[in-house]
Design a protein around this ligand. Structure first.
Ligand SMILES: NC(=O)c1ccc[n+]([C@@H]2O[C@H](COP(=O)([O-])OP(=O)(O)OC[C@H]3O[C@@H](n4cnc5c(N)ncnc54)[C@H](OP(=O)(O)O)[C@@H]3O)[C@@H](O)[C@H]2O)c1
Length: 323
């Protein structure tokens, strides 16, 4: 079958290790099912993999892709939950299973004609969402949903600051936070992205690092070093920063005095559970909110999609389609 594979790592030129072509057909282990992929969205995770972050060289070649929507052999339409983990091993939460992996970390990913996943990793695809929209949900949208709905402690009417408004998680967070009834403030380095964020539902958009008119109840942080200090300063006493990514670097100054003196909560978050994915799908069906798609490409043109992701000039999701 045709697949998009990481065949080597290069921290400075990640696309050098991107290989498109024929691979062996999907092996379906006992208790797993084959999904014929109709659409799969790109995530920064795929670039990290090509840079050699999170994957050991002995696992190459590896089919990339952490999320997808597709069809089972019997025609059932599904959204694929990309977290491979055992809820029992994580106290009822598979994302807390110490042995948890994402598709493309241990098991082949979704940028292929078919992918194998455990039976429990399937969520029914609603007819209201397109294939491309459904494919955006399991990684970036699920991550944003867990950050807001499960981790932030936000209540209706509270104010949330979302850093780096152009990113895949950030654009999802803007739309979900707006749908959940929060006051949504965003930052972006780019004027056009700030305008777009307002279009998506943000109540106010600020240049990155700008002093805000008031303190916020929670911050959604995926940018990392470039915005961490601003995130801590933006919080009200007792506020919560939920962090799920560090695109600009993972080691900003901790500013511990501010953390303890203002009793700030620093909360890590990664992906989400299958049940949270189910709830996210329901939220979208009920509210009419739909993922923002920057562009779609046929699977065979995946290199163009990766070039676009690497350029950073993206608002919303890049989606690969098949069939
Ligand atoms: N833990 C999880 O489960 C999980 C899931 C999904 C993603 N992630 C992580 O979350 C992060 C975000 O991923 P993504 O795909 O949503 O978006 P992304 O393409 O990595 O970009 C996020 C945003 O960061 C801002 N940014 C990047 N470099 C910056 C810099 N030097 N200074 C200021 N701002 C900068 C940009 O915002 P502006 O251009 O608007 O300023 C950009 O739109 C990644 O690190 C990814 O690995 C984690």
């Amino acid at each position: 079958m045709f697949a998009v594979t990481a065949t080597s790592f290069d921290p400075t030129n990640p696309l050098a290790g991107l290989t498109l072509g024929e691979v062996d057909d999907t092996v379906v282990p006992e208790g797993w099912v084959r999904v014929h992929v109709r659409a799969a969205a790109l995530n920064h995770h795929d670039l990290w993999t090509l840079k050699g972050v999170g994957l050991k060289a002995d696992r190459l070649p590896m089919i990339l892709g952490t999320d997808a929507a597709g069809v089972l052999d019997d025609g059932t339409e599904v959204v694929v939950h990309g977290v491979i983990g055992d809820p029992l091993a994580g106290g009822g939460d598979e994302t807390l299973d110490p042995g948890r992996t994402l598709l493309s970390e241990l098991h082949p990913g979704t940028f292929a004609e078919t992918v194998a996943v455990p039976q429990r990793n399937l969520v029914p695809k609603p007819s209201e969402l397109s294939w491309a929209e459904s494919a955006c949900l399991p990684t970036a949208w699920l991550t944003a949903y867990r950050m807001l709905a499960t981790k932030s402690g936000l209540r209706v009417g509270d104010t949330v600051l979302i850093q780096g408004a152009g990113g895949g998680v950030a654009t999802a967070a803007i739309q979900i936070a707006d749908a959940m009834g929060f006051q949504v403030w965003v930052t972006s380095r780019d004027e056009a992205k700030r305008v777009r964020a307002i279009d998506l539902g943000a109540d106010a958009a600020f240049e990155t690092g700008t002093r805000l008119p008031a303190r916020v109840d929670a911050v959604i942080e995926t940018v990392g070093e470039a915005t961490w200090s601003h995130s801590l300063k933006a919080l009200r006493p007792g506020g919560t920063i939920v962090v799920s990514g560090a695109t600009s670097g993972p080691n900003p100054p901790a500013d511990l005095a501010r953390v303890y003196f203002l009793q700030l909560n620093v909360v890590g978050s990664t992906m989400g559970t299958r049940d949270e994915l189910d709830s996210l799908v329901s939220l979208l069906v009920d509210t009419g909110v739909r993922p923002t798609i920057d562009a779609t490409f046929p699977l065979a043109d995946a290199r163009q999609a990766f070039e676009r992701l690497a350029s950073g000039d993206v608002v919303g999701k890049l989606v690969l389609t098949n069939g």
